[in-house]
Design a protein around this ligand. Structure first.
Ligand code: NAD
Length: 273
């Protein structure tokens, strides 16, 4: 699978919805690639100054260059190279953010009895503990001004399990609970917290797991898309990062000020089963 592979049911995206984040600062983690990259550009297009956090310095530099091109977004994209396993640094980085998008993540597909404990620990650190520390760092400013938006990029795997994804499923289920608790505490301060839950998105994270999935399920790589990834999806295609970030944009909009503590599921019908 490559980014140029045509997929059944793909369609041209409509114009992005209007959203004005002029004067706001948005922090997006995992901004060097995939959904995070699209999110950084989308929020900058809405006028926000975006702190683009990732451990991938080259990817962030490329993103910042793209944002500076003529015709680029209204808001600036400011790269912030950071490995989120440095939890103290993560908490400090979030100070002053008006919008926080917890997006960074990774995947490892292994049966439980072969799942490396250090990989489990790292995934829980990056995908659950770092979001907690970023929220902790962001809330004082949000509470002081009476407005804040927290969007946690969860997954269908925040709501459903799949075999061989113990760390990912555990981290995303944990993130759902963290997001709901943040919503309850933040409501009185004008802060909303929600999850966005896509099924398989066309990003490097998915492309990298094809080989692992083939090995874990004992099938050839060319059968992974139809037999594993799209098995439970009524809509037989991957979702694009640009579609996911429109859900993030909606959750940051004034129209969504009553939407909190919930999960916006973009799964092509997967959880309808
Ligand atoms: P991706 O691999 O394209 O990008 C993930 C980014 O996170 C990378 O730029 C990577 O460098 C960064 N990152 C990873 N570990 C880090 C660390 N320790 N410190 C700083 N940055 C780190 O992945 P993606 O598909 O865009 O995924 C983004 C989010 O969306 C993840 O939370 C993922 O679980 C979620 N998601 C993805 C899919 C999918 O199918 N791609 C589906 C549902 C949910």
């Amino acid at each position: 699978m490559t980014s140029s592979t045509p997929l059944p049911g793909s369609h041209a995206l409509a114009q992005p919805s209007s959203l004005d984040l002029g004067g706001r600062t948005a922090l997006v983690t995992g901004a060097a690639s995939g959904i995070g990259r699209a999110c950084a550009l989308r929020l900058a297009a809405a006028g926000a100054e975006v702190r683009a956090v990732d451990r991938d310095a080259a990817g962030l530099a490329e993103l910042a260059e793209e944002a500076r091109r003529p015709g680029g977004p209204a808001g600036a994209v400011v790269p912030h190279v950071l490995d989120l396993t440095d939890l103290d640094a993560a908490e400090r980085a979030a100070a002053g953010a008006d919008v926080l998008v917890n997006n960074a993540g990774m995947q490892l597909v292994r049966p439980l009895e072969e799942f490396p404990p250090d990989a489990f620990h790292t995934m829980l650190t990056v995908m659950l503990e770092a979001p907690f520390r970023l929220i902790r760092g962001a809330l004082p400013h949000m509470y002081a001004q009476g407005w804040g938006r927290i969007v946690n990029v969860s997954s269908v795997h925040g709501l459903r399990a799949s075999a061989y994804k113990a760390a990912y499923v555990a981290a995303k289920h944990g993130l759902e609970g963290l997001s709901k608790t943040t919503a309850l505490e933040g409501a009185a301060h004008g802060v909303t917290s929600n999850c966005v839950n896509p099924a398989y998105v066309r990003t490097p994270l998915v492309e990298k797991q094809i080989a692992d999935q083939a090995q874990a399920h004992g099938i050839p790589e060319e059968r992974v898309l139809s037999e594993i990834l799209l098995k439970d999806s009524a809509v037989q295609r991957l979702i694009e990062p640009e579609e996911v970030v429109e859900a993030v944009a909606y959750l940051c909009s004034p129209q969504a000020s009553f939407v909190t503590g919930t999960s916006l599921v973009l799964d092509g019908g997967w959880t309808a089963h």
